[in-house]
Design a protein around this ligand. Sequence first.
Ligand code: ATP
Length: 273
Amino acid sequence: STAKLASKDVRSKVTFDDVAGLKEAKIEIMEIVDFLKHPETYTKLGAKIPKGVMLVGPPGTGKTLLAKAVAGEAQVPFFSLSGSEFVEMFVGVGASRVRDLFKQAKEKAPSIIFIDEIDAIGRARGKVNALQSNDERENTLNQLLTELDGFGTNTGVIVLSATNRADILDKALLRPGRFDRHIYLELPTKQEREAIFKVHLKPVIKGSDVDISLLASLTPGFSGADIANMCNEAALIAARKARKQVDQEDFLEARDRIVGGLERKGKLISSKE
Ligand code: ATP
């Protein structure tokens, strides 16, 4: 299993340029990059570098992207794990997986551990997921708490986690020395959507009638992931029509498809804009 885990040590190529909008979140997370690159600036003054940071926000707002950007900017290895992986695990596997992950990350320090969907492990006790034995989930959670408490501050390992359900988390996870720092990500504003379109349209051959500002106006409630999907969908539509470029009408058709999908999932809430 060590060989399998070693493959989780990925050098991230994502940088802050790939992350559009999220200005506040980027400023806050920039600090983490500095902790990893220049720990002595902090430790020589007797400061303790935080161990755990939780990224909180709706699905598709760029939590994973931001975590990878931290690793990419700091040029440190990125070890990741998704809470949902644990749902299907056999008894005892979850806890040992967590133990292995921390061991590997410490060996490769400075490094980043990213735990996506931490709510799947860290749901408050009693709120049982029907698919998973609660005992097994609790074992995994306890192992995670043990690991977080066991490594000192200033070991060069920073643990980032992500959730869209901070409200259901076990309070034990949020105590000082654990995930005591929170960074909030929101759905993008019109201006931010425009910036996200620009990132995702870079590789796309656009027709001269493509109006990014209008596309941003027509997509309230879209997350960054929805916009990335829409750009790709538009390119697929244009390719199917055997066109040489992607035109505004292709984007509008793609938008309608994404809106349809979001409505079916009940995700499109009326926008404030
Ligand atoms: P989930 O909660 O569903 O795991 P997430 O918040 O982790 O979602 P990501 O996986 O980071 O979201 O986003 C999915 C994809 O959407 C990214 O790989 C990227 O292509 C695009 N995306 C999301 N947010 C942004 C953004 N702010 N700028 C550019 N692209 C974005």
